[in-house]
Design a protein around this ligand. Structure first.
Ligand code: CLR
Length: 264
């Protein structure tokens, strides 16, 4: 691990160019991923806890339900894009991400940003009443009725519930999110080798903190969650294609450009 002393700047820019990684490298990588997560997570857990009494009342739910399909889709697409923007910010501060070429960065975000939003959703989820923090208050599935994709919404809520059951710490969520994003199996990568090295380092980081937390058993469950994430995202894409076919104008002119760029 003395390579660190020889190439301090290089190692900061691309810690994955140095093999084998020392424990110190791995701890630094974890610390920077956790910092990036904290700085882009919008709300701290205590803040969300303090807001959990804010629920939509009957009239407010009624107002969401009486929106047209395209109004509600546009509204949710805007909220989702907002969340994706924070994920992009998170990604940019992961050491192994910012050293990738721009095409590979985009390929990873196209495939993984929605998945990370769904991982992050568990922080915004109240398992006591199955509600998610949306538009300033906690909303149940009924709020999303006018999207006309109840199967997607209930699958997403189930996923959030299952993630909450794992009771991950913020550090574990941060490393898991990074691993969801930096995945060498994604399509259209130009420098797959580089992504693979970054992925391996983050895997080492996640294993390291799970070991330290005495929760090695979680790694298996987290890999299972990744498979569920993939199926949720293909369901999201399927719904988006359905919507764009029925409401081409809304999808084309009223959806946020970033949403179109990443998912269309
Ligand atoms: C996820 C964590 C983010 C904050 C955030 C913002 C918007 C929320 C999202 C979270 C969870 C999923 C969400 C979304 C708005 C709409 C979407 C509730 C809490 C639901 C699942 C509807 C998806 C509709 C598409 C089919 C358009 O940091």
């Amino acid at each position: 691990h003395d390579l660190m002393a020889i190439h301090p700047y290089n190692s900061l820019e691309d810690p994955y160019s140095l093999y084998p990684l020392s424990l110190r490298n791995i701890e630094e990588l974890c610390a920077s991923i956790v910092r990036s997560h904290r700085e882009t997570s919008q709300y701290r857990l205590e803040e969300l806890q303090a807001l959990s009494w804010k629920q939509f009342n009957r009239e407010e739910i009624q107002a969401y339900q009486s929106k047209t399909v395209d109004e509600m889709w546009q509204h949710c697409a805007i909220r989702l894009t907002d969340a994706v923007q924070y994920v992009v910010e998170f990604a940019k501060h992961i050491p192994g991400f910012r050293v990738l070429n721009q095409n590979d960065q985009i390929a990873l975000l196209k495939a993984g940003s929605m998945e990370v939003v769904l991982v992050r959703m568990s922080r915004f989820f109240n398992t006591e009443n199955n509600t998610v923090f949306f538009d300033g208050k906690f909303a149940g599935t009924e709020v999303f009725k006018s999207l006309a994709c109840g199967d997607l919404i209930s699958a997403v809520f189930d996923f959030a519930h299952g993630m909450c059951a794992l009771k991950l710490t913020e550090q574990q969520i941060a490393l898991f999110s990074a691993l969801v994003l930096i995945n060498a199996d994604r399509p259209c990568l130009e420098d797959r080798g580089r992504v693979q090295r970054a992925q391996r380092s983050i895997e080492l980081g996640l294993t390291h903190i799970l070991h330290r937390d005495n929760q090695e058993g979680l790694i298996h469950k987290l890999f299972q969650r990744m498979a569920v994430l993939r199926s949720l995202c293909s369901l999201h894409m399927e719904k988006l294609r359905w919507f764009s076919q029925r409401y081409p104008l809304t999808a084309h002119s009223l959806f946020p450009p970033l949403y179109k760029e990443l998912f269309a």
